[in-house]
Design a protein around this ligand. Structure first.
Ligand code: PCA
Length: 213
C-alpha cells in the first residue's frame, strides 16, 4: 500500500507550518505501507495541481493531507470538504477569493473516504486529544479536502483521501497568550496513529464522535 502524505508551507503571519514539520519527521514506512511525502504550496488550485502531479507519478492508494489549524487544541480529523472558496486572508500568492465555487461542475460537498472515527480513536488510544471536525474552514485546507476528493471522483476512482488539521507548535504561541499548542513528537505520534487506522480499517468504526454544535 502507498500513502501520499501532504503538508503545507507556512502562510499568513507564521514562519513555520506544523504540518510540514510533522511531515519531515514522519517514518517512511508505517505497518508495511510506503509513505511518500509532498510539500504543497498554500495557494488555491496550484496546491491541487502539485498533488495531482504526485498522484500521476506515484499512483498512491491513499492521499492524506495535513494542515495547520491555529487555535485548535486537538488533532482534528476532517469529515467533509465543501465547494466554496471564501478566503478570510490571502493565500501565498495573494489570492483572496470570496464566495466562489472551487469547481463549477462539482457537487456542494464531499465526505472524505478515510475512516475518520477509527483515526480519532487510534490517536486517543495514545493519550493524545483528538476529535472529528465537521468543518475544514473555507480556505486552502478546505480547498484541498474538497479538491482532492473531486479529483478522485472525476479522474482517479478507487483512491481514498482525507484531511487532518493540527494545532500550532509551542514555538508559534510563545507570544500568543492563552492559545493552544501541541509538541512536535506528540503530533508525529498522533498522525502515525491516524495513518495506522487508515491502513487497518477499510470500513470505518461506528462509534460516538459526533457533535451537538
Ligand atoms: N492551513 C490552512 C491552509 C494551509 C494550512 O496549513 C487552512 O486551514 O486552510
Amino acid at each position: 500500500m502507498k500513502l501520499l502524505v501532504t503538508a503545507f508551507d507556512p502562510f499568513g503571519k507564521e514562519s513555520i507550518n506544523p504540518s510540514l514539520e510533522v511531515l519531515k519527521a514522519l517514518e517512511k514506512n508505517i505497518l508495511g505501507a510506503t509513505i511518500i511525502s509532498l510539500e504543497v504550496p498554500t495557494v488555491c488550485y496550484k496546491s491541487l495541481q502539485v498533488i495531482e502531479e504526485a498522484i500521476k507519478e506515484h499512483n498512491p492508494d491513499i492521499i492524506l493531507s495535513i494542515g495547520q489549524a491555529g487555535g485548535r487544541s486537538e488533532i482534528t480529523v476532517e469529515r467533509i470538504g465543501i465547494n466554496v472558496n471564501d478566503f478570510s486572508i490571502c493565500d501565498n500568492e495573494g489570492n483572496q477569493i470570496i464566495d466562489e465555487k472551487i469547481f463549477k461542475d462539482g457537487p456542494d460537498a464531499y465526505f472524505v473516504n478515510v475512516p475518520i472515527k477509527a483515526m480519532v480513536e487510534n490517536i486517543k488510544k495514545s493519550n493524545i486529544p483528538a476529535s472529528v471536525s465537521n468543518t475544514a474552514g473555507t480556505f486552502v485546507c478546505n480547498h484541498v479536502t474538497y479538491g482532492v476528493r473531486h479529483l478522485i471522483e472525476t479522474k482517479y476512482k478507487g483512491k481514498k483521501s482525507g484531511f487532518i488539521h493540527i494545532p500550532y507548535l509551542p514555538e508559534q504561541v510563545v507570544n500568543k497568550k492563552g492559545v493552544s499548542s501541541m509538541s512536535l513528537d506528540v503530533m508525529v505520534t498522533g498522525i502515525t496513529e491516524a495513518i495506522k487506522a487508515i491502513i487497518e480499517y477499510d470500513i470505518d468504526r461506528k462509534v460516538v464522535g459526533g457533535a451537538t454544535h
